[in-house]
Design a protein around this ligand. Structure first.
Ligand code: F6R
Length: 611
């Protein structure tokens, strides 16, 4: 979604801001802009479309900057919510007359009331955005001290925000504030950066301060000074980013998605490192922060997430019930937060999120905490809001995921859920022998996934079956039902082929009407107790002319399949991971054949920080 980058220091700000915006592109956006001081006033440049267009506009203005390049500035990529992606709606927004510019992530919920009030006072709004109401409100509150004005305005605001504000009168400072929308400050040598995402600043420094909700900071080249909305001083520790600048480069791959698919053996190794106890057939998850007694008291498990993370939870529900004998249900986080869920202190709630910033998942965490449940985070984004609000949980250690389509986060989420289920299971009904067998298989995951990756050329050949097709179906049963949903999601989001995942038994209750000759039907038919049932469902589709693409276990037959994606033999729960990898590669190669913008699919954002 929207991205913020700001710079104050000794270097010319424009190249830093443009490079930062490029780094934020992956999050999804439809316009971009920046604001810089020039000749005693603030100048904005905005463009609809890609950052390259903004850079071109800035370059054309070049001569006006060259004599005295500004050394401070704020910039933004906007993912339209209030008003179309137009230049007037693009950020920064201004407080006319006061020389104040603002970039904003999030949504100001009471902006209509603020706007009406300001219009009654004579303000003439130039955009349809909620953000302009906030910029003008800050201007109204301005008595010469920018941070005081920001605080006075934020006290009147309802909603979520991460903001960076620049004032003509304080050209050596940026004021930033957050509530519900992440902001990080990078502390360099004689320079500071502010950003909504550490990926935008990693090229400059690894020393960072994460702001918390309610923080308002005045950032200069030399100093970061943080207060709360009551202007009480706050100390926040400077931490170290846990990844290197190369982690956010393509590293020779054509797309981040392909790079991240291929990173999975390493990502899984990192997710599993130090967490398996093969001798006792269990897992060691210190981050769960729960005593064996706490675990013994858990009566029910809710797994909350959205999109791909929800699908990981849907694999998890099978694992918890099968291995630990605890009733478990994956729930869409937005639904959970509004349905007045039945939660009590003997419930374990696991919030699953790659970014750790998804608005609905965060709100569901708060609801579950308010209702007294034990809440754990299963998060990739270190220092993210969900990680901090849950207080305890398990990091994925998958490394930064830049591609909008989630791949390595999904497989690491499933792997860690299997570890959690193993841990819980061993404290309950799971035998040492089955625990040992599972722990051994989990330890082999990097190798199992590596074997699927080695078959990429075969999978790319199967992708040709999707050429000219508008619809596809993915069928699975048991934990593979979740993989079918995930495979279909991957295909539709990056290739724009309409795809649906179904329980294999469900097709004949309606969707089978959509099958025509050649419709691709991907069938998850790995070795398991229900394989024959799945193959029977595939036959029903084949009889109607569909093209059957089976995901099957090496060494098995795949009767009736037109194409096969082979995965190595392993436990049916563990097999969800290599199967998902095969479907990621399939979606990638279909999208490539269709020449789609794989890393930045239309309309999508990497991290969904609005409801
Ligand atoms: C799909 C995808 C999304 C996310 C969803 C939740 O490839 O990436 O469906 O899974 O927006 O995001 P997180 O996991 O960051 O909470």
């Amino acid at each position: 979604m929207c991205g913020i980058i700001g710079y104050v220091g000794n270097a010319p700000a424009i190249p830093v801001l443009l490079a930062g915006l490029k780094r934020l592109e992956y999050r999804g956006y439809d316009s971009a802009g920046l604001a810089l001081p020039q000749g005693g006033r603030l100048l904005a440049v905005k463009a609809v479309g890609k950052v390259a267009r903004l850079a071109e506009k800035v370059r054309r203005l070049g001569p006006s900057w060259d004599a005295a390049p500004p050394r401070v500035g704020i910039a933004h990529t906007r993912w339209a919510t209030h008003g179309a992606p137009t230049e007037p709606n693009a950020h920064p927004h201004f407080a006319e007359g006061e020389g104040i510019a603002l970039v904003h992530n999030g949504i100001i919920e009471n902006y209509r009331a603020i706007r009406a009030r300001l219009e009654a006072k004579g303000h003439r709004f130039v955009s349809e955005t909620d953000t302009e109401a906030l910029s003008r409100l800050i201007g109204e509150c301005h008595r010469g001290d920018l941070r005081a004005a920001v605080i006075a305005a934020l006290r009147q605001v309802e909603g979520a925000y991460g903001i960076a504000v620049l004032s003509r009168d304080e050209p050596g400072a940026i004021v930033v504030a957050r509530k519900g929308s992440p902001l990080v400050i990078g502390v360099g040598e004689g320079e500071c950066l502010v950003a909504s995402d550490p990926a935008a600043i990693i090229a400059h420094t690894r020393r960072v301060i994460y702001l918390d909700d309610g923080d308002v900071a005045r950032v200069t080249a030399e100093q970061v000074d943080i207060v709360d909305l009551d202007e009480a001083r706050i100390d926040r520790a400077v931490g170290e980013l846990g990844f290197a600048p190369e982690a956010v480069e393509k590293g020779g791959y054509e797309h981040f998605m392909l790079k991240e698919i291929h990173e999975q053996p390493e990502a899984l190794r990192n997710a599993l490192r130090g967490r398996l106890d093969p001798a006792h057939g269990t897992a060691v998850l210190a981050g769960m922060g729960t005593s064996p007694r706490d675990l013994a008291e858990i009566r029910r498990i809710a797994l909350l997430g959205c999109g791909t993370s929800l699908h990981a939870g849907q694999v998890g529900e099978h694992a918890f019930e099968d291995l630990a004998g605890v009733p478990a249900a994956a729930q869409q986080a937005a639904e959970f937060r509004y349905r007045n869920p039945l939660v009590d202190p003997s419930d374990l709630v696991i919030a699953i999120s790659q970014s750790g910033e998804t608005a609905d998942t965060l709100a569901a965490v708060r609801e579950a905490k308010d209702k007294g449940a034990l809440v754990l985070g299963l998060v990739n984004g270190v220092g993210s809001t969900i990680a901090r609000e849950t207080g305890r949980g398990v990091y994925l250690h998958a490394g930064p995921e830049i591609s909008v389509a989630s791949t390595k986060a999904f497989t690491c989420q499933v792997a860690v859920l299997l570890l959690m289920a193993l841990r819980l299971g061993r404290g309950r009904r799971l035998s040492r022998e089955r625990g040992q067998a599972l722990a051994a298989e989990l330890g082999r995951l990097p190798e199992l996934v590596g074997r699927v990756l080695a078959r990429e050329a075969e999978i790319a050949a199967v992708a040709r079956r999707f050429v000219g097709q508008d619809h596809a179906f993915y069928l699975g049963r048991g934990p593979m039902h979740a993989v079918a949903l995930e495979g279909a999601l991957k295909l539709k989001e990056i290739s724009y082929v309409h795809a649906e995942g179904y329980h294999a038994a469900e097709l004949k209750h309606g969707p089978i009407a959509l099958l025509t000759a050649g419709t691709p039907v991907v069938v998850l038919a790995n070795r398991s107790a229900i394989r024959d049932k799945v193959l029977g469902n595939a036959e029903e589709c084949r009889a109607r002319g569909a093209c059957i693409i089976a995901v099957a276990t090496e060494g098995d037959e795949a009767p009736g399949a037109d194409e096969v994606l082979w995965i190595p033999g392993c436990d049916p729960l563990v097999a969800t991971i290599p199967a998902a990898v095969a479907l990621q590669l399939l979606a990638y190669h279909v999208a490539r054949l269709r020449e789609c913008p794989i890393d930045q699919p239309r309309n999508l954002a990497k991290s969904v920080t609005v409801e």
